[in-house]
Ligand binder design. Sequence first.
Ligand code: UD1
Ligand code: CA
Length: 453
Amino acid sequence: MTVSIIVLAAGQGTRMRSQLPKVLQPLAGRPLLDHVLDTAQALDPRRLLVVHGHGADAVRETCDRDGVDWVLQAEQLGTGHAVDQAMPEVSDEDIVLVLYGDVPLITRTSLDALLAATSDSTLGLLTIELDDPAGYGRILRNTQGRIERIVEHKDATDKERDIREINTGLLAAPAEKMKRWLRSLDNRNAQGEYYLTDIIAMSVAEGMEVVGVAAQSAAEVHGINDRSQLAAAEAMYRERQAQALMQQGVHLLDPARIDIRGELSCGLDVQVDVNVVFEGKVTLADGVRIGPNCVLRDVTVGKNTVIDAFSHIESADIGKSCSIGPYARLRPGSLLKDDVKVGNFVEIKKSELARGAKVNHLTYIGDASIGEVVNIGAGTITCNYDGVNKHRTVIEDGAFIGSNASLVAPVRVGRNATVGAGSVISKDVGDDALAVTRARQSEIADWQRPTKK
Ligand code: UD1
Ligand code: CA
């Protein structure tokens, strides 16, 4: 059985009240449609067709990828009309699976079950029972419990509106028959639209069996029409990610207060405190602990490293047994080897820190290479920018930089050299030397302070 997938993504999403087309609204930092396309591609379909219309250019430019073909629905005349736009691209012998661009949390498991229920003589329909079915199409079954048709909420009688089993919108059917049914749709209904749902009654009339497949959870078929449904989807997504992490053995202090907007992989006994945001690709080795309110974007962290509260870390590679923060900022290109310490209010950019280096307080290290067990005193600054160009600072192994030093790059501080506190270093310092540039201290004994006149 070969499957082709049609994703409906042409709708406007008026209730979002946004400049952005609905399917481009972000869920976990990525467009809704991207989530659907990931799941669709996991099924390895022969064709993956996206019906787009509202904000077509933006949608296509943002979500284009290999294996996706775009079908324009210039006017949104209904879900049946939308599917029909893509059908000429689908081979007659395929099974066609319809997904929605605004139903992003659907899983492969549910779609596999839906496809397993579909054949040349059966149509698979994903349904769910809801406590509040208002707004959805209702599933009408006969006395034997067989599905007979779908009635849209706006067309339903009061009695039909009491039915709690609803159409999720996701379905699968043999393509050749689908093409035929779509040709005979009309728009004589409350909304003046060509309803995809009308094919159910048509297929039943031809003797096809409509197999209702129950969705695994309400989250999977949660559709997004407004900001509150978008926030609810974010919470469902978070819950799903948090559960998966906890099953892998990650200790989350509160699974409701973690956000993963990308891929997070964790070793054993990783501990994550509250309100941590992970973006991009983050890898945490065994025993890593992340304190509250940190942001980590595209970061790898080695074994047993501790990142304390309020640290912001981006495109950095951190070794084993390091101690970072609280209030540390590691910017792109920060490369920390093992046993490195970066303390509060320290900013590091495009710099390597060798094993055992310490930068504990109030310091800026940019475009620098810091040797093993170098100690950098509080308030040290690498003056890497002359207003036009950036220059490098090299500090060799074992050097000691006193507090409040300014290192005017390009400059090199030699092995085991010492820089006195408060110095402005603009020339290279030799190995084992002491460099001090501050004025000598003078003293006047028994100094008489001025008195008020
Ligand atoms: C549809 C179903 C309803 C089901 C509900 C589930 C029909 C007639 N009704 O109703 O039974 O309970 O979904 O959420 O199918 N779209 C297009 N082009 C169009 C119209 C819609 O691409 O011309 C897309 C929309 O962007 C959206 C999806 O199709 O992603 C569903 O459209 P929507 O208008 O939200 O359908 P509902 O009225 O909610
Ligand atoms: Ca909808």
